[in-house]
Design a protein around this ligand. Sequence first.
Ligand code: NAD
Ligand code: ZN
Length: 407
Amino acid sequence: MENKNIEEIVRKVLESMTGSSSGTAAPAASAARPAAAAGGIPKTARVAKLVEKGRFELQEYPLPEVGDGDILVKVEGCGVCGTDAHEFKNDPFGLIPVVLGHEGTGEIVKMGKDVKKDSAGKELHVGDKVVTCMIFKDNPDITMFDLNKQNVGGADVYGLLPDDEVRFNGWFADYLLIRKGSTVFNVSDLDLYSRVLIEPCAVLIHAVERAKTTGILRFNSRVAVQGCGPIGLICIAVLRTMGIENITAVDGEAKRLEFAKLMGASKTVNFKEYKGIENLAKAVEDTFDGHLADFAFQCTGSPVAHANIYKFIRNGGGLCELGFFINGGDATINPHFDICAKEITTVGSWVYTLRDYATTFDFLKRAKGIGLPMDKLITHTFPLEQINEALQTNLSMQGLKIAVINK
Ligand SMILES: NC(=O)c1ccc[n+]([C@@H]2O[C@H](COP(=O)([O-])OP(=O)(O)OC[C@H]3O[C@@H](n4cnc5c(N)ncnc54)[C@H](O)[C@@H]3O)[C@@H](O)[C@H]2O)c1
Ligand SMILES: [Zn+2]
């Protein structure tokens, strides 16, 4: 299929999801549109460049030319992702020197003359708030990073790849240049913290979509969520926003379990209070009045947790394993007892599709609508000058979501 045709199909799918139309103006977006950025655009601006393991340095460069298809964005904030922390600490991918930050959002301050609409067909104007999405965009149902685009102008990938030309290509900066052909969404109708949370929330929208493919997850399901870091907590919020009410959260940190209740968990189990997997499974069963879970989400990077979770699930139940974004080692399970004899249906989940990304905008509005304190997931914020502290705070596991917020 021709590339042009594929782009047209993808745009149509996204339009139908976000309610925008490519033919007419989008009144809601126009009405909500804030005033154009006040003040001029400076000649130079800063990027936070990771120059060695454990150290970002603020470097100032001339702002790049904005081409006819480009968008210049004044960065408002960017979440710190586990991948950023991993790179900061160990540089496993050999990217140094690199400008990181991919969970960012900001305000359009300048656009090329060819830029009229976002990737969903919504109008774009100076003053609009946007996010980028680096997922493979030639098919809205495929999960894959768009790294191959690096060679054709570097479109789409921000905050992950080194760039000698200093094109302002990571969100840990004052400004970002969104290059022609990138996936960009107008999310002016979301507040700043919601916009910063879009990327991690998309991971859970996808995980729940994967879970639904088993046919086991239903409104009245008993659901266990293992691990209450940001990923598990958002998982609970997504389930709750869908109308699932019988949710048991499992973690070893009392504070995180408290937060799980705020996000919609009906019961909690602190695994540190139980000796042996039988007692722990019994504790989970007790929270469901003597039933095991119909479905479970594994949201830790611990192989032991993976091995344990089968014991929480009833015969014929389902499991979504999403805790291993990266290799965390092998887990030992008993295929007879844990899978065959129990007839467990398992799905894996990794990142998200472009379709899930668009669904996430609505999820964030609905979560807020039912009173879930999504913004409280961002426990620590730092200005760009303190980006090293932001990364260290992430590594210290003190908070939940850490974000760099530009003043
Ligand atoms: N599928 C994806 O695309 C995707 C995307 C992002 C992150 N992840 C993965 O999700 C995992 C969780 O991310 P996070 O940011 O929430 O991490 P986190 O480290 O903040 O949270 C993990 C939580 O699990 C708890 N935990 C550890 N062992 C446990 C056990 N045996 N039983 C119950 N709870 C246990 C910890 O106390 C902690 O609260 C990570 O391992 C990450 O790799 C996956
Ligand atoms: Zn991320």
